[in-house]
Design a binder for this molecule. Structure first.
Ligand code: GRG
Length: 299
């Protein structure tokens, strides 16, 4: 089996597992108002690349983590991600009508339901971290709760989103753009890797630092590539001018660096990230493959 085929088989299997795990963790219909129940499932199930759970599982391979623990940790981070997309798409934020190829939650349902579905997904994420398989190791479990709260809150994703919203019409410099993305997108990518690593045997602190550096660099690489793909998709489909978020005139890596330099930056980040994994040998094979997938994916 080729390495590429093996990675696809692995990631498909985890995407399937995650669909079941997420479906099982979302509260049942009998416990919820019907519209809220439907909106939560609509937001989470049946779409998305599941990059964050894949990172949880790949990091879990470094530490021989049990699958059940990885499923709960992966579900928690994916629910936070789903909530962030629901709220980000709302008229008071990015005002998008399509997500994952279907109408956004506020379009399919209504604004209030979208707001509540996002809120409820956020709390469901933390409930997923209370499951017994994680409670067996209370110190690790507490670390995970703290990590996910930090990554998704004001010092992480929500803070990054606030900086992003404030930047409309006030272009950011490259360091400011990087800082915003390290929080807005990077914090959750980083948390995914660290959550996976807390699901198994403890790492030595020097190894944890290396893994953390890998995770931070991948968080940034993910966003650089996202900006590149946005521009390439726009150019391919609409012939739009490259480099600006068309709806909001926000700076991107491509608008600040140009397409060629942005691609070089993504390659540099990937190389630096991969170097952090050297000492893990074959145990980091999946993380290397995922790094490659994140940087070389197509739209
Ligand atoms: C509302 C607090 C709050 C935060 C929103 C992450 C975020 C902050 C907004 C998302 C806006 C966005 C589209 C950013 C670009 C990078 C990104 C997170 C893309 C979507 O993630 P993927 O590609 O999506 O992993 P799938 O659908 O595959 O899960």
């Amino acid at each position: 089996m080729s390495a590429q085929h093996d990675f696809q088989t692995w990631s498909f299997a985890i995407q399937q597992q995650m669909e079941l795990a997420l479906g099982g963790l979302l509260p049942p219909a009998s416990q919820l108002p019907q519209r809220l129940h439907e909106a939560m499932r609509y937001a989470v199930l049946g779409g998305g690349k599941r990059v964050r759970p894949l990172l949880v599982f790949a990091a879990g391979e470094l530490v021989n983590a049990p699958v059940e623990r990885l499923q709960y940790a992966g579900s928690a981070v994916e629910m936070i991600h789903a909530y962030s997309l629901v709220h980000d798409d709302m008229p008071c934020m990015d005002d998008d009508v399509l997500r994952r190829g279907k109408p956004t939650v506020h379009v399919e349902f209504d604004d209030a339901t979208a707001l509540l579905a996002g809120d409820a997904l956020q709390t469901a994420a933390f409930e997923a971290l209370t499951m017994q398989a994680l409670a067996d190791e209370p110190a690790d479990q507490l670390r995970m709760v703290k990590l996910l709260a930090n990554a998704s809150g004001a010092a992480g994703m929500a803070g990054g989103q606030a900086i992003d919203l404030a930047s409309v019409g006030q272009p950011l410099s490259l360091p400011e753009l990087e800082h915003m993305h390290i929080l807005k997108t990077g914090a959750l990518i980083r948390a995914s890797v660290l959550l996976g690593s807390y699901c198994g045997e403890p790492l030595a602190s020097a190894q944890r630092d290396k893994l953390d550096r890998f995770a931070k660099l991948m968080g940034l690489a993910f966003q650089v590539v996202d900006d590149i793909l946005d521009v390439e998709a726009d150019t391919a489909t609409l012939g739009k001018t490259a480099g600006k978020d068309a709806a909001h005139d926000k700076p991107t890596y491509v608008s600040l660096l140009g397409l060629k330099e942005a691609k070089l930056r993504a390659a540099e980040l990937e190389a630096e990230a991969l170097a952090c994994l050297d000492e893990f040998g074959t145990r980091a094979a999946r993380l290397r493959e995922l790094a490659h997938f994140i940087v070389h994916r197509a739209f």
